[in-house]
Design a protein around this ligand. Structure first.
Ligand code: HEC
Length: 88
């Protein structure tokens, strides 16, 4: 589920994301092993709540970050987060 949304939103044009087709971008950090990472974007403690916020509104979390707001809705962000947490 989450991996389809990740594909549809083009997250892979900027991130390397295992298990997602064509997700081999190198603009942002690789998301392999994301489930065991301590911080999100070096700013937020890696909790599900914070990850939802980051995925749906990165510009609100960190104005000017190179990651754009892509219009991911909260339920979609939930599915995407669930997928990212499977990456150990
Ligand atoms: C235009 C490029 C771009 C796109 C598209 C993009 N990101 Fe990012 N992303 C970034 C950059 C750059 C960072 C690092 C931001 C920072 O550290 O300030 C980042 C950071 C992240 C992080 C934190 C990674 C870490 O190791 O802390 C996650 C999670 C993430 N992005 C998920 C996503 C998801 C999910 C999508 C699709 C909905 C997405 N990104 C789309 C560029 C992008």
């Amino acid at each position: 589920m989450g991996e389809h949304l990740i594909y549809a939103y083009g997250c892979g044009s900027c991130h390397l994301i295992p298990g997602v087709a064509e997700a081999n971008g190198s603009v942002g950090p690789p998301l392999q092993g994301f489930g065991s990472r301590i911080y999100i974007a070096g700013l937020l403690v890696n909790t599900p709540e914070n990850l939802l916020h980051w995925i749906s509104k990165p510009q609100e979390v960190d104005p000017g970050t190179a990651m754009p707001d892509l219009g991911v809705t909260e339920p979609q962000a939930r599915d995407i987060a669930a997928y990212l947490y499977t990456l150990q």
